[in-house]
Design a protein around this ligand. Structure first.
Ligand code: 5GP
Ligand code: ZN
Length: 138
């Protein structure tokens, strides 16, 4: 897609530090890492976000995430790995070519996790589950 920075990386029009390439995916280092070794996995075929991934890409993404996570954890001597995908502006997406962040984590590296929300009334969890199940059927 024209004007997409990650399509340009796929097409090698702009440089990146590629660490793995398959027929469907490219994994390369983030230019602004949260920790060193922070990697992005992208489908070669443009899709704005998770909702638009084609069947082949979505069904094989899990394997690629697992494969790259193991490599990054070992190569960077990480204590853990966060797998993060931001979809839409509200979720923090800045580049609109679907990508998965593989972030090496270290004990005491200082990143804090989000505070969980509390349910506000009894039965709310059941209501939400029912809402989601119903929307799946329609
Ligand atoms: P988002 O917030 O959309 O999930 O994250 C986009 C990520 O892409 C950011 O972490 C940013 O550092 C990374 N990024 C943006 N432009 C480039 C680029 O030209 N090269 C590389 N390697 N990473 C990029
Ligand atoms: Zn693109």
């Amino acid at each position: 897609m024209e004007d997409c920075i990650f399509c340009k990386i796929v097409n090698k029009d702009i440089p990146s530090e590629i660490i793995h390439e398959t027929d469907h995916f490219l994994a390369f280092l983030n230019i602004n890492p949260n920790n060193y070794g922070h990697t992005l996995i992208i489908p070669k075929k443009h899709a704005d976000n998770i909702y638009e991934l084609d069947e082949k890409s979505s069904s094989t993404l899990g394997y690629e995430i697992s494969f790259i996570s193991k490599i990054i954890k070992s190569a960077m001597n990480a204590d853990g790995i966060n797998v993060i995908m931001n979809n839409d502006k509200a979720a923090g997406q800045a580049v609109f070519h679907q990508h998965t962040h593989i972030i090496p984590r270290y004990l005491n590296d200082g990143f804090e996790h989000w505070e969980p929300k509390k349910y506000e009334y009894e039965g709310q969890i059941k209501e939400i589950a029912e809402k989601i199940r119903t929307s799946m059927l329609s």
